[in-house]
Every structure is written in C-alpha cells, then in structure tokens.
Design a protein around this ligand. Structure first.
Ligand SMILES: O=C(O)[C@H](O)C(=O)CO
Ligand SMILES: [Mg+2]
Length: 261
C-alpha cells in the first residue's frame, strides 16, 4: 500500500511550522517532507519529528534572492551552489532526513546546453559529498506553466541527465502533477523511469488541489505504484481547498484520516 508523506510547506500550512508535525501525525501521515525550513530551529524540528514518530524525508536547496528556483544548472554560479548544497547537507542531517532536492534554476533559451552541462557537473560533486552522509540527491522536472524558463521540465530529460551524472545516489523526483502537464501518459512514463525514481509527489491537475479532482485518476495511479513495485513514500504536495483535515477523504483508503470535527 502506498505510504503517504505530508509536504508541510503545503499541508497544515494554517498552523505555525512547528505545529504541523503533530497535525500530520494525528491525521495518520507517517512521514513528512519540508521544502525550505531554513528559518526554523533544526533542534526544535528534530524534537517534533521524534516526538510524533515521523520519518523525515527531504528538503530542497535554499532559494536565493533573484533565483527562487535554484542555481544548480546556472553556469557561473558553481561555487554558490556548492555553498548552498553544504547548507542543505547540514540542515537535513540535523533533521535526520534522507534527501536533498537540488533545484536546477531558470536558464535562458540559448544557454540550456551549457546549463545542462553545469547541472551534471554540480550534481557529480554534490553526489560525492552526499555519499559521505548517506544522503540521496533528487532532481525534479517542473512544468513550464508554473515555472517558465526552468531548466529541467520532463522526466525524459531528467533520465538523460542522470545517465550523464553516473552516480547511484542521484535520482529523479517524479511529481505526477508536473509530468501530467508536461506530456501526460503518466503510467507508461513512470514505469519506464522507475529504476531512476527516488521519490514521488502528487496533486490534482490543473488545480494543484487535493488529488481527488481534475484530469488524473489518483486511485488508479496509487494502485499502479503498488503493482509496479514502487517502495518509497508518496509526497502529498498539494494546495488544500480549505482546512487540510477537511480534504483528506481521498486518503482514507491509504491510512490517512478525515477530519472528525
Ligand atoms: O514545486 C514542486 O513540485 C517541487 O516539489 C519543489 O519542491 C519546488 O519548489
Ligand atoms: Mg514537486
């Protein structure tokens, strides 16, 4: 059965950050992912994770002023990326987490080949650093509607990058929301890339709300993940229509509870 993880940048976001861990555990989530928890106290977050018996998954590399979508694939910013990555390693290690999503960044049309080469080199260096801590690096293709100009947009492109990086601890984060927008054919593409996939995320398309509406049938998708042998967590990275608890009906078959009040 798919194991659901709460993305606490999106879910329970009506609460202060430290209160979201308990809310996720109370709803039945067994794991959490955090995105950008750089302004929070790592020891307090770790204590909350342990207190609520949660598995801590991953964080993202931090955004920079003028570069909210990262710089891992931006030529000329390699030393800044190395520093960003070290910061992510320290934080995720303090949280007891497992993965760092390295955001590639926005790269102008004429520089995308150079951007990919930079991304590959940066990922190789980062992978070697990550290996020393037993960490996995994730790269995630994002859709061009929400992120115009983002370097990494399709699962096929991510697979080609991973092929060039040649490091087993660098893997693809397959977000069904983004990949539906960038070509669809979700189950075939997921299966084709499964050996490279390190994490999965879901949200309705096109609303990015609870995965119980829109053009993707997530009951079918989640059953397929099981059938195909995906053993990782499924990150719930959606924007709740209202209170998170009130929209969890879709997750009841997967062990997460709906609101009682
Ligand atoms: O937006 C997404 O889908 C990502 O998972 C992310 O972390 C980039 O902000
Ligand atoms: Mg995502």
């Amino acid at each position: 059965m798919p194991r659901l993880a709460a993305n606490l940048a999106y879910l329970f976001a009506d609460r202060p950050p430290l209160d979201r861990f308990g809310a996720a555990a109370a709803a039945g989530f067994r794991a959490v992912e955090l995105q950008y928890p750089y302004d929070q106290d790592p020891a307090a977050m770790r204590a909350a994770i342990v207190r609520h018996g949660l598995v801590m998954l991953g964080i993202n590399t931090a955004p920079l002023p003028g570069a909210p979508s990262g710089i891992a694939g931006v030529p000329g910013r390699e030393s800044e990326f190395a520093a960003l990555f070290e910061r992510a390693v320290s934080l995720v290690t303090a949280l007891g987490g497992r993965t760092i999503h390295c955001l590639a960044g926005v790269v102008p049309e004429g520089e995308r080949e150079a951007g990919e080469a930079t991304f590959v080199e940066n990922l190789r260096h980062a992978a070697d650093r990550a290996a020393a801590h037993g960490l996995i690096i994730l790269i995630e293709p994002l859709n061009t509607v929400d992120r115009p100009g983002y370097l990494l947009t399709r699962a096929e492109q991510a697979a080609a990058i991973l092929d060039r990086v040649e490091r087993a601890n660098v893997r693809m984060q397959f977000d069904f929301y983004h990949q539906q927008i960038m070509g669809g054919d979700l189950l075939r593409r997921f299966e084709r890339h499964l050996p490279l996939i390190g994490h999965v995320q879901i949200a309705a398309v096109p609303s990015r709300a609870e995965p119980d509406e829109g053009e993707v049938n997530y009951a079918v998708v989640l059953a397929a993940l099981d059938r195909l042998g995906y053993a990782g967590f499924v990150g719930c990275e959606y924007v709740p229509r209202g209170r998170t608890e009130d929209g969890l009906g879709w997750a009841a078959p997967w062990g997460v509870a709906t609101a009682v009040s």
